[in-house]
Design a binder for this molecule. Structure first.
Ligand code: 4NP
Length: 156
């Protein structure tokens, strides 16, 4: 029986769709059964496809995320997912505030799973330059690899 992971950023059009794609790729590579989704704390981009710069960096790395559509995190997500993984500290604070009393999901920061990067944020690239998206990709891949190893157990 696999587990489930929800990645959460602010808009769900840059960082969390990339984290979703990175973990999907890593889980496939390792043959892990894991349900993966992403959402945003904000509502501005509900229904929108990923930012074109995020889609471009994913494609350069062999993953097509153009079919994803942004959604907002809901209280139900805290019951549905085993892990809710925030991309930055503000996302984590917002999640802690909205968590319902019966929410079972374990909350963490993505880079908490990466040795030496605990407590660090995946910086918001939205107002940055194109190179920031390469940095975002590299950070979410590091996070996804560590997370996949944890999910897969000590044998991996
Ligand atoms: P994301 O990036 O949280 O990584 O999806 C952002 C996307 C949109 C906005 C902020 C961050 N925004 O303010 O609209």
């Amino acid at each position: 029986m696999g587990c489930s992971v929800l990645f959460v950023c602010l808009g769900n059009i840059c960082r969390s769709p990339l984290a979703e794609a990175a973990l999907r790729a890593e889980a496939k590579r390792l043959g892990l059964e894991v349900e993966i989704d992403s959402a945003g704390t904000g509502d501005w981009h509900i229904g929108h496809p990923p930012d074109h710069r995020a889609a471009a960096v994913a494609l350069r790395n062999g993953v097509d995320i153009s079919g994803l559509r942004a959604r907002q995190v809901t209280p139900k997500d805290f019951r549905r997912f085993d892990h809710i993984v925030a991309l930055d500290g503000q996302n984590l604070v917002d999640l802690q505030r909205m968590r319902p009393a019966d929410g079972k999901a374990e909350l963490s920061l993505l880079l908490d799973h990466v040795e030496g990067k605990e407590g660090q944020a995946v910086a918001d690239p939205y107002y940055g330059e194109a190179e920031h998206f390469d940095q975002t990709w590299s950070e979410v891949v590091d996070g996804a690899k560590s997370l996949a190893r944890k999910i897969g157990g000590p044998s991996r």
